[in-house]
Write a new protein. Structure first.
Lengths: 459, 879
């Protein structure tokens, strides 16, 4: 900072010339959602994110820790790690782990169906976040910053890639029964244009007009609207004879798009058009339905789909984890396995990036309630947790990094959320340091000022 | 110009005046027209909104815990203050001063206190102080000076000379103030008084209890001073039991010890002498140090006695102080005890909880008290909102406050150097002096709202220019930093800024100057210069797309429906009854209505300098399919004269475009109407609905409903009192297809009403079901308007069959299906969808449930035509 105040004052607002808006300058007024090529050839073209909101326990699912059995009921040796609440003795997992596939990836019984695809899955066991609290950790996982309002991963993806189907929202967030904690901040556009915001859908609604705002006209048939749009085109053409501005034509086109969107959206969300066998494979319950809707959306060119488990934070297993995690895993194990099978049979598995995880993991020690009594549950754990990726350029059957022998803290090849985002952006064809947006005087990126691509999980 | 200055299309008379001016070919002739528009109160509603973008205006706090009321009480009053300030042409320097420091500039009952909503209207970040302050620093520095200081929270600014120290100097300014909610009107409301009293009493009680605990644990709090790392700055402290040390009090002790530091302190001289010693040298050095302080004549005798022998460790030092205070509390007559007693009870003592309200002092309470106090605070706030009380969320000075310390890399657990509260060096120069008075907030405000500040005037002049021409002279109006693009006309910007200050910071004078210029009065058009494709040099007047507010307001204006009520409560932007200007729409930053997001409304989370401008099909869907658009075209068509097609087309063009249609447009219109008439599909005939949804009170004496009031708001899946649920009046009352929820008291039972269209014999079937285990259930009734009560049941986690057979009904008879609360409110949701059958027909409450939408007839050909004109580019763009 060698500038004198005088230099600054005389130069401020006078600029030093434009330095360019990163590599992706947008003419927002044309179509912000038009499909665009990324920095280099992508391995994945679309993303589906299973968000286990509340924080799934890694030592009960994808990170086996036999040492916990050895210390069962005793305090863990070494440093006491402070989490949100008090925890006590080692709490071994009540679930069995088995080796699956040629890779021998270890997965617990909770995800036995998903495990059939073990050779397509890369587990990152060395994730860590910043604090043991839901709100900031949700923001970190979704938007790359635990504190400030930043665009979500999905919004960045739309900013970078646009979307393949202009008749559907490019980024859809589904959550049965209401919103997760932090509501729509989880899929916010932040300082990016509102068009990149995720569209929230509650899959408990079955009628398309309840899924997407204004998608059906209550006061005109398609024939009436077609006639109206034909007249509109004539009037607009007359206006454009004397007015030149690219935004005029963009708006003309948007009406034609809207007209088509009404048909397409109804079709995409209508799973009754699927064969009975497919519907049965996903399961006739809300998680099966939302996963099947997700596949229909991805198939039609939607860029980013996020599937939340349910309103609030269902995976927040502070007490009685055994019964609760069994129930919640059973909700999604079948649908996830079905989706992977279905994507494979449609040839979409290899360019669809699947992410599974929550905002953090859970303690390997038991949570204590009033007067130090065990709650048979686990507290939040941001020191170490697992996520897994599959499809779209991911090297299956891989384990990346490790937690300590009890699963409390990531110690080997520690992976930050920025590393995860950098890796996913890489698979989508982006150098995460160059996917930037100028806001408040600075070029922002999803990964803030850090992030390393986890090359070992890339095929 | 009308859209530009007042945000509404011109009236016919204004168009005539304008044409007359243009024909006179004298540029001065426009002056009266400009003055007329600037004097119109609609002006503030347009230009005030530009400032609300800067001020990240919202009616809600953002994500909040369930215990807290999530709406702001003060937001509407701040919005109205801004609009009024623009209308009155309040000098801009005064405008800024009041928004930052009205508490120190105007009397305690002044309506100008509302101005501080500028600072206090940001997200609440679930109470995390650092984030709240960061938001405030950002809105002030970018909003007033186009300076991005918030980057320096974690590291020195990358491009501009803003070091981290300057960020924390400003941090200290804002940390030095508490938020205080003050009603700006005297409310004579017994319920409000009751709730305020309850809150005050409980707060007093909880503070007293907390203080009593703090007094017995001085030793523990002092011991905690040796391990402050465990108590990072206001993080996510969660205190579950009253036995835990309160981190807020640990820090309060820390700050008190820091600010009161005095080696001759009558009570804490031994502490100051010993606490700084390292543990390893403690026992060796303590006796020398203690010998020096023990002889001080002003040392409290109890303290002196306790330190007759030196302590052997820091822990021992803390423990002795603990004993000193515990003893003094017991033996109040001992010499020196009064002093110790008083110390623990002064307002600034670290052993008391400051009397600042739960929003600022919740960190000092255990969990249960926090929940309780927030709930009571919420009760007061809800009442104030219901009463529509104008209120200010003002800042008040906090004392005593230590100087801020830098958080290394933005982390509160890594404290760096102490810095004074002072202005930004890059602006004030090296010779700056630390602020002298209190938090320094007024001094900060004066340094900003000063002619000597090289940025403030330029930034606002550039904003004014931006809104007149679509783009500022500096394209990044809130970033005047070194990385900003060079202004298109630097000398012009400087000249305008000087004129602005010379004209007494008058915004209206600046409008007059710009509007009477040749560049503003030139025509728009088609010629695109190859040398200036972006038209930065303004060789022609740029075409502008209407913003959402202008569009919605214009749609209401051209139908003659616009409600010009000013000030007061916000209303849902698409509520069917809301025909007020869009600036008065409810802005919920946590659940921003889709339509606002779709139309690039300013993101209320953060300061917005330039709105995005996107074109997406969701905007088209709003125009094509939305109820708001359909309602407007129906209103337009309803005003059309009878008979002559041509006259109708002319009238529509006049009211929408302020011009006559061309011959081609006329022909196209007539052809459209003819085809639409010829090809009209048989309109699906909806049976006139038999069902109504409302609230009322069941009268046990007459066994009839006392009154019936329709629920006005349909969400798409439920009928309720307002878009917000619970509604302010009807509470939780709600009806859905398969059930609902009664209102909060028996005066607001939920009532599903069916009216007979003819005579018949009917059977009623259905089951009333209440599922939750908690609460005390609900009561259900079927009441006939002539025959009285037909069926009654009380259910709690149970079902009751609600069936009647062979009921004789006559045309006009009314059947009410009533549910009210069992006794107390809570867990009262129920399931009940009755079916009424006659020999010829069935009415099924579940199947036929719906809002207006399900009964909407198709638009008529003229309505369809009017809609096309509303969709046109000519309506959405300005030239």
């Amino acid at each position: 900072m060698n500038l004198s105040r005088r230099d600054f004052v005389t130069k401020m607002g006078m600029g030093m010339g434009a330095l360019g808006l990163g590599t992706l300058a947008h003419a927002e007024s044309s179509s912000p959602l038009a499909a665009r090529a990324p920095h280099f050839a992508p391995k994945a073209k679309r993303v589906i994110h299973f968000f286990l909101n509340g924080g799934p326990s890694h030592v009960d699912t994808f990170d086996p820790k036999p040492m916990l059995a050895k210390y069962a009921g005793q305090p863990l040796p070494g440093e006491y790690l402070r989490t949100e609440r008090k925890t006590g003795a080692a709490f071994p997992s009540p679930f069995q782990f088995k080796k699956y596939g040629q890779s021998g990836l270890e997965i617990s019984d909770l995800f036995a169906k998903t495990a059939a695809h073990a050779d397509g899955i890369a587990v990152v066991r060395s994730m860590y976040a910043q604090v043991p609290n839901h709100e900031p950790s949700l923001m970190l996982m979704n938007c790359g910053d635990s504190v400030q309002a930043r665009p979500s991963f999905g919004a960045w993806t739309l900013y970078g890639l646009g979307t393949e189907n202009q008749n559907l929202p490019g980024f859809v967030a589904m959550c049965p029964g209401g919103m997760p904690i932090k509501d729509s901040e989880n899929w916010q556009a932040g300082f990016l244009p509102g068009a990149f915001q995720g569209t929230f859908v509650d899959p408990q609604n079955r009628e398309v007009q309840k899924l997407i705002e204004n998608i059906r006209s209550p006061h005109a048939s398609a024939a009436i609207q077609r006639r109206q749009l034909d007249l509109l085109r004539t009037l607009n053409a007359e206006y454009q004879r004397t007015h030149t501005d690219p935004r005029l034509e963009a708006r003309v086109q948007s009406f034609e798009l809207a007209f088509r969107m009404q048909m397409e959206a109804s079709d995409a969300f209508d799973i009754s058009r699927e064969p009975a066998g497919i519907r049965a494979m996903y399961g006739d319950h809300v998680h099966g339905r939302q996963t099947l809707i997700a596949r229909r959306l991805l198939e039609r060119g939607v860029r980013f789909v996020q599937l939340w488990h349910g309103a609030g934070q269902p995976w927040d297993h502070h007490d009685n984890i055994e019964g609760n995690i069994r129930k919640h895993s059973a909700d999604i194990d079948g649908p996830i396995a079905a989706l992977m099978t279905d994507l494979k049979q449609r040839g979409m598995f290899d360019d669809t990036l699947i992410l599974w995880g929550g905002e953090f993991g859970r303690t390997p020690t038991v949570e204590l309630g009033d007067k130090g009594k065990s709650k048979l549950g686990r507290d939040h754990n941001h020191y170490g947790f697992s996520v897994w990726l599959a499809g779209g350029g991911v090297k299956g059957g891989t384990v990346y990094g490790a937690t300590d022998e009890f699963g409390f803290k990531a110690i080997e090849k520690r992976a930050s959320v920025h590393d995860l985002h950098a890796t996913m952006l890489h698979l989508l064809g982006f150098d995460h340091e160059r996917l930037t947006y100028r806001h408040a005087g600075r070029d922002f990126r999803l990964t803030d000022v850090s992030g390393d691509v986890m090359r070992e999980i890339i095929a | 110009m009308s859209f530009d200055l007042i945000g509404l299309p011109p009236t016919e008379r204004e168009v005539e005046q304008f044409v007359a001016v243009r024909n006179s070919e004298s540029s001065a002739a426009i002056t009266p027209l400009i003055d007329q528009m600037l004097a119109n109160p609609r002006y503030g509603e347009r230009w005030g909104r530009h400032w609300l973008d800067v001020a990240r205006y919202s009616d809600t706090k953002g994500y909040a815990y369930g215990r807290e009321e999530r709406r702001f009480v003060h937001a509407p009053a701040y919005r109205d203050w801004v609009l009024g300030a623009f209308n009155r042409d309040m000098p801009y320097d005064r405008f800024l001063l009041l928004q930052m420091a009205a508490d120190q500039l105007v009397p305690a009952d002044s309506p100008d206190l509302a101005a501080m909503g500028f600072i206090t209207g940001g997200r609440r970040f679930i109470g995390v102080t650092h984030d709240i302050i960061d938001d405030r620093i950002d809105v002030v520095t970018r909003g007033t000076m186009g300076l991005t200081v918030a980057c320096a929270r974690c590291h020195d600014h990358k491009y501009d000379p803003i070091p981290t120290e300057d960020y924390y100097s400003l941090y200290g300014v804002f940390h030095g103030s508490d938020d205080r909610l003050v009603p700006l009107a005297k409310m004579d409301d017994a319920e409000l008084k009751k709730r305020q009293l309850k809150l005050a009493d409980t707060m007093q009680k909880r503070r007293d209890e907390a203080a009593a605990r703090l007094r017995t644990r001085v030793g523990d709090y002092l011991a905690a001073q040796f391990e402050l790392k465990k108590y990072p700055e206001e993080g996510f402290d969660q205190i579950l039991s009253a036995d835990d040390l309160i981190p807020g009090s640990v820090r309060r002790w820390r700050d008190w010890l820091h600010t009161a530091k005095d080696s001759a302190h009558p009570i804490f001289a031994p502490w100051y002498a010993l606490a700084a010693l390292a543990e390893s040298e403690f026992s060796a050095a303590a006796s020398n140090e203690i010998a020096r302080v023990i002889i001080r004549p002003n040392l409290n005798p109890i303290v002196a006695a306790a330190f007759a022998t030196p302590p052997t460790s820091p822990a021992e030092l803390a423990r002795r102080y603990g004993q000193i205070f515990v003893e003094a509390e017991k033996q109040t007559n001992a010499p020196g005890a009064t002093e110790l007693h008083a110390f623990l009870r002064t307002a600034n003592s670290p052993a008391v909880v400051p009397d600042t309200g739960i929003v600022n002092n919740d960190q000092f309470f255990p969990f249960a008290a926090i929940e309780e106090l927030w709930k009571l605070q919420g009760d007061v706030e809800r009442r104030l909102i219901d009463l529509g009380t104008p209120a200010a969320l003002m800042l008040t000075e906090r004392a005593p406050e230590p100087n801020p310390r830098v958080f290394k890399r933005g982390s509160p657990s890594r404290l760096g150097d102490e810095v004074p509260r002072q202005f930004i060096e890059a602006i004030s120069g090296e010779k700056r002096e630390p602020f002298q008075k209190g938090s320094g907030r007024l001094e900060l405000a004066r340094a900003i709202a000063s002619p000597a500040n090289p940025l403030t005037a330029r930034v606002i002049v550039n904003r004014i220019w931006q809104h007149h021409f679509g783009t500022g002279l500096v394209k990044t109006p809130s970033d005047f930093g070194l990385r900003a693009e060079r202004p298109s006309h630097p000398e012009l910007l400087d000249w305008l800024a000087r004129r602005f200050i010379a004209d007494g910071w008058s915004v209206k004078a600046m409008h007059r100057l710009i509007l009477s210029s040749a560049v503003y009065q030139q025509a728009g058009g088609t010629s695109v210069s190859e040398r200036d494709p972006e038209n930065r040099l303004l060789a022609r007047f740029p075409i502008q797309r209407l913003e959402f507010e202008q569009l919605r307001d214009a749609m209401l204006a051209v139908t003659g429906e616009l409600d010009l009520t000013t000030t007061g409560k916000s209303a849902g932007v698409l509520d069917s009854g809301n025909k007020r200007r869009t600036v008065f729409a409810y802005v919920d930053r946590q659940f921003l209505p889709g339509v606002l997001r779709t139309f690039d409304f300013a993101n209320p989370d953060t300061h917005v300098a330039v709105r995005h401008e996107t074109t997406v099909p969701q905007q088209a869907l709003f125009f094509l399919n939305g109820a708001f658009s359909a309602d407007r075209v129906r209103a337009l068509a309803a005003k059309l004269p009878g008979g002559d097609d041509k006259a109708r087309v002319v009238q529509l063009h006049q009211s929408l475009f302020q011009r006559r249609p061309s011959d081609a447009e006329l022909a196209a219109a007539q052809a459209f109407i003819a085809t639409a008439n010829a090809e009209a599909e048989p309109v699906p005939q909806f049976r006139k609905t038999q069902w109504l949804y409302g609230t009322g009170e069941y009268d046990a004496a007459t066994k009839r409903l006392k009154s019936f009031t329709a629920l006005p708001h349909f969400t798409g899946s439920a009928w309720q009192g307002a878009s917000a649920w619970p509604g302010s009046k009807t509470g939780w009352a709600q009806l859905t297809a398969d059930g609902g929820h009664p209102g909060n008291t028996r005066a607001y039972a939920s009532v599903r009403r069916w009216t007979a269209a003819g005579d018949a014999i009917a059977d009623i079937t259905g089951t009333l079901k209440h599922e939750p285990e908690q609460g005390d259930g609900v009561r259900g009734f079927i009441v006939h308007s002539r025959l009285g009560e037909l069926k009654v049941a009380s259910v709690h986690q149970a079902s009751a069959v609600m069936a009647v057979t062979g009921l004789e009904i006559k045309a006009g008879d009314v059947l009410d299906f009533i549910v009210d609360i069992g006794g107390t409110l809570g867990y009262d949701q129920f399931l009940w969808a009755p079916i009424i059958k006659t020999r010829d027909a069935t009415w099924n409450a579940l199947v036929e449930f719906g809002g207006r939408a399900s009964h909407t007839p198709h638009l008529t050909p003229w309505e369809q035509y009017a809609q096309v004109l509303l969709l046109s580019n000519e309506f959405a763009f300005l030239d």
